[in-house]
Ligand binder design. Structure first.
Ligand code: 6PG
Length: 243
């Protein structure tokens, strides 16, 4: 695991924008397409906005990007809670990624049908390569969830399906989410987390015993790839390795 600690969210977003730009460039020296699973939540918005600015925008070969999402809230695309919409507003409407390479999780059909369609799409896309994304960007909730893998839910322990959907009573909505088996086949997994509200949980996730029931972020352990945590000082405050 590689831990990157920045002063604040602003610096953290710039550090990660630099890292992603460089990773896209170096990956595309070896292959023709770059496959990225984007995250929702609020923390990556600043990162997405930065990537549309001079200094980043012209360095990224947008036409070679193939984009997917880690999870989705089953609300219409024009609802502010929709992860696809947030990413579209902050990033995708400003950069020239071909539309047929942007794979939103659909919310105009039922959640089960949407999850099944996404599962099929991913199997077609990755085939039998045994690997998956070049990059999966993730967030972590204050309660230790990532993607829509919430504490105590069976989806945390999913071993077969790559995509699933379920009803989340605490938020009174359905969720559609990738699962650990597909994410753990990725080349790089990057968690982006900021703020004092995540400090206690981050300590448990990184330095506590393996208790995925309580801290689902712990199930994300790429089998051949690299796991990175990009965090700010406030989130890192309780870590032993805090500098
Ligand atoms: C979602 C997410 C979720 C998110 C975390 C962190 O749709 O809710 O994809 O896993 O990344 O909840 O969210 P914040 O960045 O808002 O803290």
């Amino acid at each position: 695991m590689e831990l990157h600690i920045a002063q604040d969210l602003d610096q953290l977003s710039r550090d990660l924008a630099d890292w992603i730009t460089e990773h896209i460039q170096s990956t595309l020296e070896r292959q023709d397409r770059y496959t990225w699973s984007l995250s929702g939540g609020s923390t990556p918005r600043r990162l997405y906005e930065l990537l549309t600015r001079p200094g980043y925008k012209e360095k990224i070969p947008w036409e070679k990007l193939h984009l997917f999402w880690g999870d989705e809230r089953a609300v219409p695309f024009d609802d502010e809670r929709n992860n696809g919409r947030m990413t579209y507003e902050a990033l995708l409407r400003h950069v020239p990624v071909p539309e047929d390479q942007i794979h939103y999780m659909r919310t105009d059909i039922g959640p089960e049908a949407s999850a099944a369609a996404y599962e099929k799409l991913l199997h077609q896309y990755f085939g039998a390569t045994g690997t998956s994304f070049d990059l999966v960007l993730l967030g972590m909730g204050d309660d230790g969830h990532t993607l829509s893998l919430f504490p105590g839910l069976p989806v945390v322990h999913e071993q077969e399906a790559w995509v699933t959907s379920f009803y989340l009573p605490t938020q009174q909505m359905h969720r559609i989410t990738l699962t650990a088996p597909i994410v753990n086949r990725s080349a790089q997994v990057v968690f982006l987390a900021a703020g004092a509200g995540k400090a206690d949980t981050l300590k448990e996730v990184l330095e506590g015993p393996f208790r995925p029931e309580q801290f689902p972020s712990q199930v994300i352990r790429p089998s051949a790839g690299t796991l990175h945590w990009f965090v700010d000082k406030a989130a890192a405050a309780r870590l032993n390795s805090h500098t």
